[in-house]
Design a protein around this ligand. Structure first.
Ligand code: HEM
Length: 492
């Protein structure tokens, strides 16, 4: 009955639904060894998802298997659902592959309700307070940047002109910020334990997004198959679990309530405080802590790393904009000290450039799926309880009615006539509403400090004769740039 007035949409394939049209060709291409082509198929999926709105309207439906999905397109519709109707659209769906791994605990995939609210509030406060005082993020980010600079120069010299792949350097530094915040420890970029954790997480994500393991979402029992990527997925999951559980146990043994070292310590202290207060049904447990730690790693590393990689790629492709950013940094910061957060307000062109790259590349292009927690009528359509809601953030940032020449790269669109930064309501790469990104402030700090420090120190360019990588990127859990290398020269 509830399906009578659902939003219109394309006709689904039998059994697999509409995503058969995207995923199955992608697998066939992978089988044929056309790896980059498969990334193209996924990227095209993004463009196709946005174009469907021209046919069916800004609220349209799709099916994955028999699961109804409603795609929200354009700023007005996304805002209307997530900001104006938060009680209906702030839940998260039960996605079989994700539920198997997260047990719907933690923050990112936790159902909307009092437990999620308490956990998010507690972690958000810690994240905000980390920006201040002795646990400030800034020195931690700057420390990672010093390593990047040294390594970048070293690898540039030994590359024989082939250039340096920035991805591992940036990813290590970003992961180390999360490690410092959560686990109170930094790792040397060649540390075996640290590398193993990063490799495991990367492999786990790769399997979940870009292998037949996605079929677990349609046939959950596939997860238990004793061979292939299914077995490997369980192995990777087990290895990450024992790594994180070991670290949490070590924190429990060495906890000094007078001197909390990191988020894990503060969480353990909150657990003890709630026990002392006689809270019998407290959701603050070491089990929950484990999933929160995992969440922050997954949510805070790939997103920030890819955003930085995109910004540096655009700087290489638009050397005149790189020159303008460097001129602004030279004028405001000079060359005798490094940039700091206090410079942020005085570097509007640099900020506008970062925002413009974020707008064009939207690293979480479909947000994180939401779910309708009750049957509702939204914009004239019935949305049944349990419908998966995909906020198409990509469509918001390419909407020609909001952005002039939306496919063009033009940082000046974020500046007024006096060169001051313009805040645009429809710029929402971190999402909107009650589930808005919890790490937005930290991520912005990392983007600003990394971009200004690296551009102050180096001129970036593509290696001689190297064609630029295609700008469509690769769409997995996040949208990452296609692999590229850069040559750097020290700015005198
Ligand atoms: C959620 C973007 C960095 C933690 C999200 C969402 C987006 C997003 C679009 C989904 C919002 C929704 O569901 O409607 C980004 C971008 C980042 C970034 C573009 C970097 C440039 C970070 C960092 C952290 C973080 C550094 C933590 C340290 C989270 C968490 C959620 C989230 C915990 C889930 C919030 C909830 O469900 O209540 N992010 N994020 N993110 N992000 Fe980020």
């Amino acid at each position: 009955r509830h399906f009578a007035n659902i939003p219109p949409g394309p006709k689904p394939w039998p059994v697999v639904g509409n995503f058969g049209g995207f995923i199955i060709p992608s697998f066939i291409q992978r089988r044929l060894g056309q790896r980059s082509e498969s990334a193209d198929v996924m990227k095209n999926a993004l463009v196709i998802l946005t174009e469907q709105a021209n046919i069916y309207g800004n609220v349209y439906s799709l099916f994955v298997g028999s699961q109804l999905i409603v795609v929200l397109n354009g700023y007005e519709v996304v805002k209307d659902a997530l900001s104006n109707h938060p009680e209906v659209f702030s839940d998260r769906p039960d996605i079989p592959a994700v539920t198997i791994m997260t047990k719907r605990k933690g923050i990112v995939f936790a159902p909307y309700g009092p437990i999620w609210k308490k956990q998010r509030k507690f972690c958000h406060t810690i994240l905000r307070n980390f920006g201040l005082g002795k646990l400030s993020f800034e020195p931690c980010i700057l420390q990672g940047l010093a390593t990047i600079k040294t390594e970048l120069l070293r690898q540039n010299e030994t590359s024989g002109g082939a250039g340096v792949n920035l991805a591992p350097l940036i990813s290590n530094a970003v992961s180390n910020v999360i490690c410092s915040m959560i686990l109170g420890q930094r790792f040397h970029h060649e540390d075996r334990e640290f590398r193993t954790l990063l490799d495991l997480m990367e492999r786990g994500l790769e399997i979940c997004v870009n292998s037949p393991a996605v079929l677990i979402n349609i046939f959950p029992l596939l997860y238990y198959l004793p061979f292939g990527v299914f077995k490997e997925l369980r192995q990777v999951e087990g290895d990450i679990t024992s790594f994180l559980k070991r670290i949490i146990a070590k924190h429990q043994e060495t906890l000094d309530p007078e001197n909390p070292r990191d988020l894990v310590d503060m969480y353990l202290m909150e657990m003890l405080a709630q026990q002392a207060a006689g809270e019998k049904d407290s959701s603050f447990t070491d089990d929950y802590l484990f999933y929160i730690v995992g969440d922050l790693f997954i949510a805070g590393t790939d997103t920030t790393t890819n955003s930085i990689l995109w910004i540096l790629l655009y700087m290489v492709l638009y050397p005149d904009i790189q020159d303008m950013v460097q001129a602004e940094i030279d004028e405001v910061v000079g060359r005798h000290r490094g940039p700091s957060m206090t410079d942020k307000g005085s570097l509007p062109f640099t900020e506008a450039t970062i925002m413009e790259v974020q707008r064009l590349t939207v690293v979480v292009p479909l947000g994180i799926p939401h779910m309708a927690s009750k049957t509702t009528v939204f914009r004239g359509h019935t949305i049944p309880k349990g419908t998966v809601i995909l906020p198409n953030l990509w469509s918001v940032h390419r909407d020609p009615t909001l952005w002039e020449d939306p496919d063009g790269f033009n940082p000046a669109r974020f500046l007024d006539d006096d060169g001051k930064l313009l805040r645009k309501e429809c710029f929402i790469p971190f999402g909107i509403g009650r589930r808005v990104c919890m790490g937005e402030q930290l991520a912005k700090m990392e983007l600003f400090l990394t971009v200004t420090s690296l551009l102050q120190a180096f001129k970036f360019r593509l290696p001689e004769g190297m064609p630029p990588p295609p700008l469509h990127g690769r769409f997995g859990l996040t949208l990452s740039p296609c692999p590229y290398t850069v040559c750097v020269s020290t700015r005198s």
